[in-house]
Design a protein around this ligand. Sequence first.
Ligand code: GSH
Length: 208
Amino acid sequence: MAEPVTIYGIPRSRAFRNLWAAEEVRLDYVLEPTDFATGVKSSAFQALNPNAKIPALKDGDLVLWESLAINLYIARKYGEGLWPEKVEDEGRVFMWTLWTATELEPIQMQWAYNSFIRPPDQRDPALAAAGAEGMKKPYGVLEATLAKAGRYLLGKDFTVADLNVASVAYSAWFNKYDLSPFPKVKAWLDLCLERPAARRARNMREAA
Ligand SMILES: N[C@@H](CCC(=O)N[C@@H](CS)C(=O)NCC(=O)O)C(=O)O
């Protein structure tokens, strides 16, 4: 019998994204608790991820890191429905995933580090404000897209494109970023976050 897939991380980290994807596809997985304070510093973990960051995934002999890439793999290998059928839609999945990693998450992290992640004496209010302001551009792009799209980013079905974008937007919403100027984003995010698999992952994350 095949070994379960191992996800290294904790729910209160980017590993949340992978737990959500794993729950969506009912993956046979175990969570190996690895935190960002001490877990990532162990040489055993760094042998898996030389970046010394969570999450990582092990599936047989395959080791992967980069949370959004891990989700593409889970969806492509294990996800019935999460991975689109048409090659053009695969292109859109890659586009939304890379957009999330390059256009949305970096500016959102600038806001997050300077609003609540760093200890208060290490936060820069000007960087927090600039981050919050800068986030309006990608959330505006998402708003305009959702105004034209169907229920989800690729149309009528939820795919890993939604999962990857929504798992980053979740962090903004959870930490009280004001999404009221983006009602379509908020409605789509609610739809994504109320999925049973998202609820199971959120229960892990929000209990942590
Ligand atoms: N681009 C990476 C970022 C991973 C990352 O920054 N993980 C954080 C926790 S959410 C971490 O392990 N930080 C430890 C550190 O930077 O020392 C991904 O998406 O997987």
